[in-house]
Ligand binder design. Structure first.
Ligand SMILES: [Zn+2]
Length: 294
């Protein structure tokens, strides 16, 4: 699932291509990708509007226009691809042994391409989503007040250490610390990849009850969260499965992951075999030696 670094990478890539561009037309090929808005209304609200700003809040991409704002959430497998005007033709499908049609190139328009935004520069922005858990919705001008966005916790790269410690001081909860990290109302933008990476970096067992995380450990945890998120952004995101940059290429962060996706392999620090368990219904990888003790 795309998390903060992946969504931020998409945002940074898109800005020079879409900022200041008018929306000439929108094709919606799958109505249920739109949340609480009909295709007719969505097309009408976007037509001839200019994209003024592209922002990110948690895992949401926010497209501000003068009269309206639309928001994209990528769900599990969503992709935003930008096709420049000088692109010639569409690359053909490739069929794999499992029968899935895989994206063979950056500019694939296939049965998983659900929404196409035609822009003033004759570029196209494609929303592609295999599992279709992604969503696009309108918020009006006050996107901060939309229910999905209003309930989000602070941005982990912006929260001060003091505010973070105040939040963790109130951790009376026996909930595993990993489950709190995944809770978007606690901090916005962290998912399974960067939660596992941050807990490893801070040497905290993922099942540690939140009230057992000391002040000192909480400080280390915030530092670790920032470290792994910034590294993810520098590496243009983690392409573990479907995530792609808007030019269709993969991010570079996968090779640098220390625990996520490495269950059964050796810990890069102590050579112990990394364990895979389930925490908060999510596969969780940790090192029993580096992250011992709850
Ligand atoms: Zn280890």
């Amino acid at each position: 699932m795309p998390e903060l670094p992946e969504v931020e990478t998409i945002r940074t890539y898109l800005i020079p291509h879409i900022k200041g561009q008018g929306i000439k037309q929108v094709d919606v090929r799958l109505a249920r990708m739109l949340e609480n808005v009909s295709i007719t209304k969505f097309k009408r609200e976007l037509k001839d509007q200019v994209i003024k700003r592209l922002l990110r809040r948690g895992k949401y991409l926010i497209f501000e226009m003068p009269q309206q704002t639309f928001v994209i959430h990528l769900g599990m497998t969503g992709q935003v691809i930008f096709v420049p005007s000088d692109f010639q033709g569409i690359k053909p499908f490739k069929r794999t042994v499992t029968g899935w049609q895989q994206a063979t190139g950056p500019y694939l328009v296939d049965k998983h391409t659900h929404v196409i935004f035609h822009l003033g520069n004759n570029g196209r922005m494609l929303f592609r989503d295999v599992r279709t858990f992604g969503k696009i919705f309108l918020t009006g001008n006050q996107w901060q007040r939309h229910p999905r966005l209003a309930k989000l916790g602070p941005e982990p790269l912006e929260i001060t250490i003091e505010t973070f410690l105040q939040k963790t001081n109130r951790w009376q909860s026996a909930r595993p610390v990993k489950s709190l990290l995944l809770d978007q109302t606690f901090l916005a933008g962290i998912g399974n990849i960067y939660a596992d990476e941050a807990l490893f970096k801070a040497k905290i067992h993922p099942e540690t009850p939140a009230h057992n995380v000391s002040h000192k450990k909480a400080k280390e945890l915030l530092k670790a969260i920032r470290f792994v998120l910034k590294k993810g952004i520098r590496n243009f995101g983690t392409s573990f499965s479907d995530y792609r940059k808007p030019d269709g290429s993969k991010g570079n962060n996968l090779e640098s992951l220390l625990v996520y996706g490495r269950g059964g392999k050796e810990c890069r620090e102590c050579k112990m075999i990394l364990q895979k368990i389930t925490v908060a219904q999510r596969g969780t990888v940790f090192c029993p030696r580096c992250q011992e003790g709850r």
